[in-house]
Design a protein. Structure first.
Length: 398
């Protein structure tokens, strides 16, 4: 007897009625600064395509060539017969780029974060984690038997309190875990302060730099480079699914013993296929381009400052910061409705942005998140500000 389906139907109806339904807009071509949808052609400000490489012909060409040379698939996990020399080459290139001894690929960063904790930490250890960390870190930590402590977002005082508690409970290895960038706010983790506390409490530091690798920091090496603490961060995780070509794949970059142990013990690595050959080749090309993308990074910094300045002048409230993620706030009780209405009007005006409200962000802190890309021109940014202004004025007039 099926009692599940009626229950699901009730819950699905509730999701619809409370306005929490996540629909999917179908894009009719390649990802880029502009996309084609059923609504027509629009400027796109909601991809994690920070360097514009997702729709760039160069990674695509590398992937096409790889199909001929390396074939379509592997039909095996890594340790049986699923490792090509290009997989190892990409791992070495990631490690070299980030300045670690080695790295290990996963089929996603979600899998990297899901597999790392159980493989490295056990009862007797303690994991001290930022409350706004990505869902995959939260899930990975849940799968592990170490003690768990959660500190308030980017709050060093609370982090100190949780580290003290972990040490007083007699923890063996303590590890501090944080996103490098908090993606709903576009804010950075306070890495220098975190590294100081790690030293004081003899803890390791692990940073998930998915929203930074490739474009944050002078050489694109992410938040540890931005804050000058690369040598003080022990474990980096990240994705190939955002700035680095945007296809799929994740990695852990760390010291040799950590990487070796993950190859032996991380379950998503052991029991799941790795990246498809074409994705490896395209990602290697994307990483090579990102390493030299100084002009693109400078352009991104410039247009981010331009967007902030013009939005401020137009009377919008933005969360402070310098990252290309911008949270345009619509505070208060009516904020969720207003943000949704403004985003919908903007699409009519040819500008694609996404509104977020509770439970994705705290109640009363609804926002439209704007993500800039090096593929955007200054005119694209000004068109976005113009659409924000017209949409807001239209919505407030109704
Ligand atoms: C996007 C993201 C992930 C997931 O990356 P995938 O490779 O798509 O699984 C993990 N952590 C953070 C912080 C992210 O932003």
């Amino acid at each position: 007897m099926d009692t599940l389906t009626p229950k699901l139907e009730t819950t699905l109806q509730e999701i619809r009625e409370t306005g929490l339904w996540k629909g999917e807009r179908e894009i009719l071509g390649r990802q880029g600064s502009h996309v084609e949808t059923a609504a027509g052609r629009s400027l796109n400000f909601c991809a994690n395509n920070y360097l514009g490489l997702a729709g760039d012909p160069r990674p695509a060409e590398a992937a096409k060539a790889a199909l001929d040379r390396w074939g379509f698939g592997m039909s095996s996990v890594r340790f049986i017969c699923g490792t090509q020399d290009q997989h190892r080459a990409l791992e070495r290139e990631i490690a070299e780029f980030l300045g670690t001894e080695d790295s290990i690929l996963f089929s996603s960063c979600f899998d990297a974060n899901g597999g790392i904790f159980e493989a490295l930490f056990g009862p007797g250890d303690a994991i001290v984690s930022d409350e706004l960390n990505h869902a995959s870190l939260i899930d990975g930590i849940r799968l592990c038997k170490a003690a768990r402590h959660r500190y308030r977002n980017a709050n060093l005082e609370d982090l100190r309190a949780k580290l003290t508690a972990a040490r007083e409970a007699g923890a063996d290895q303590v590890v501090i875990v944080t996103d490098g960038v908090f993606s709903m706010d576009g804010s950075y983790a306070p890495l220098p302060g975190i590294c100081d506390l790690a030293e004081e409490f003899r803890a390791l530091v692990m940073v998930d730099d998915s929203h930074a690798t490739g474009f944050v920091g002078e050489g694109g090496r992410g938040t540890p480079e931005l804050f000058g603490v690369r040598e003080r961060v022990d474990i980096l995780t990240g994705t190939l699914g955002k700035a680095l070509g945007g296809a799929s794949g994740g990695y852990v970059a760390a010291g040799q013993a950590i990487v070796d142990m993950l190859r032996q013990k991380a379950r998503p690595y052991l029991f799941s296929n790795t990246l498809a050959p074409a994705v490896v080749a395209g990602s290697r090309e994307a990483l090579r381009i990102a390493a030299g993308a100084h002009a693109e990074r400078e352009h991104l910094v410039r247009i981010a400052a331009l967007f902030r300045e013009r939005m401020g002048a137009a009377g919008f409230e933005l969360l402070p910061g310098t990252h290309p993620i911008h949270a345009v706030m619509f505070p208060g009780e009516d904020g969720a409705r207003t943000a949704g209405a403004v985003a919908a009007r903007m699409l009519d005006l040819g500008v694609y942005v996404t509104a977020f409200s509770f439970p994705v962000v705290p109640r009363g802190k609804a926002r439209i998140r704007v993500q800039l890309s090096a593929a955007h021109s200054e005119d694209d940014v000004l068109a976005c500000v113009e659409a924000f202004t017209r949409a807001r004025d239209g919505v407030s007039a109704t």
